[in-house]
Design a protein around this ligand. Structure first.
Ligand code: ZN
Length: 242
């Protein structure tokens, strides 16, 4: 099975289309989305529709949840809150019920999917360090858990001695008696200094996981954000990838 796992689109249609096009060359069997379809960018309707069409599973992100009043925006900075209000005004009833229907966690025999962490997924904590990773490793049934939320791709590995590693490479072989937490990064608002859209491929036959990047027209996405009356900062940060 070849899984395509992507996350944090944030209403960036240019980035989503580039990722879908790149996936077209990958021979993917099933697509999963780690949440945050909306927030920050201008193309919420198109991103909800396209993600809903392509992904057989989508878990809830904090921006999706906040947009339908199921998560407090108290934790949002002022730019995120402005984008949230902008988004809430534009969601139609069908889109709202779609976002409301998203679950926090998905599991099958190959993998687990959650936006933030497996412990208290409704709190949307960030998978930032080994201590946080440890709590999620304890709760995993499958060998691999895919997450998003931080917009920084990375792979935590727990070896057979329960030691946790965080190597620099964004490509890993899934080995027996090892567990993996893979942050797939962000399609629509990368924050690791690389402005290219991030997406992940998990090949269970080859036992290989890779986080990949693809260039997209970030300038066009930036212009749309500014034209839509969203904070200019949200457009500018796309060019820097942070
Ligand atoms: Zn996000």
């Amino acid at each position: 099975m070849r899984y395509g796992i992507f996350s944090d689109i944030h209403s960036n249609l240019e980035a989503l289309e580039a990722v879908i096009k790149a996936y077209g060359r990958e021979g993917i069997d099933t697509y999963f989305c780690g949440g945050d379809i909306v927030g920050y960018g201008s193309d919420l309707h198109e991103c909800i529709e396209k993600t809903g069409q392509i992904a057989s599973v989508i878990v809830a992100g904090n921006h999706d949840w906040a947009a339908v009043d199921q998560f407090s925006s108290d934790y949002f900075n002022s730019f995120a809150r402005q984008a949230l209000l902008w988004t809430k005004e534009r969601l139609n009833p069908r889109e709202k019920s779609f976002l409301e229907s998203l679950k926090f966690v998905y599991e099958n025999e190959d993998l687990t999917l959650v936006h933030g962490t497996l412990d208290n997924p409704q709190d949307f904590d960030y998978m930032l360090d080994s201590l946080t990773a440890e709590e999620t490793f304890k709760l995993m049934q499958a060998a691999v858990c895919f997450v998003g939320h931080s917009h920084v791709p990375g792979i935590f590995i727990r070896d057979k001695h329960s030691q946790i590693h965080y190597p620099e490479e964004l490509s890993v072989e899934v080995r027996p008696k090892h567990s993996y937490i893979v942050n797939v990064g962000s399609v629509g608002q990368p924050r690791d200094g690389d402005p290219r859209a991030a997406y992940c491929v998990y090949d269970t036959a080859k036992r290989q996981i890779q986080v990949k990047r693809v260039e997209y027209d970030a300038e066009a996405a930036r212009e749309k954000i500014i034209r839509a009356g969203l904070p200019e900062y949200l457009g500018n940060r796309l060019l820097a990838g942070k």
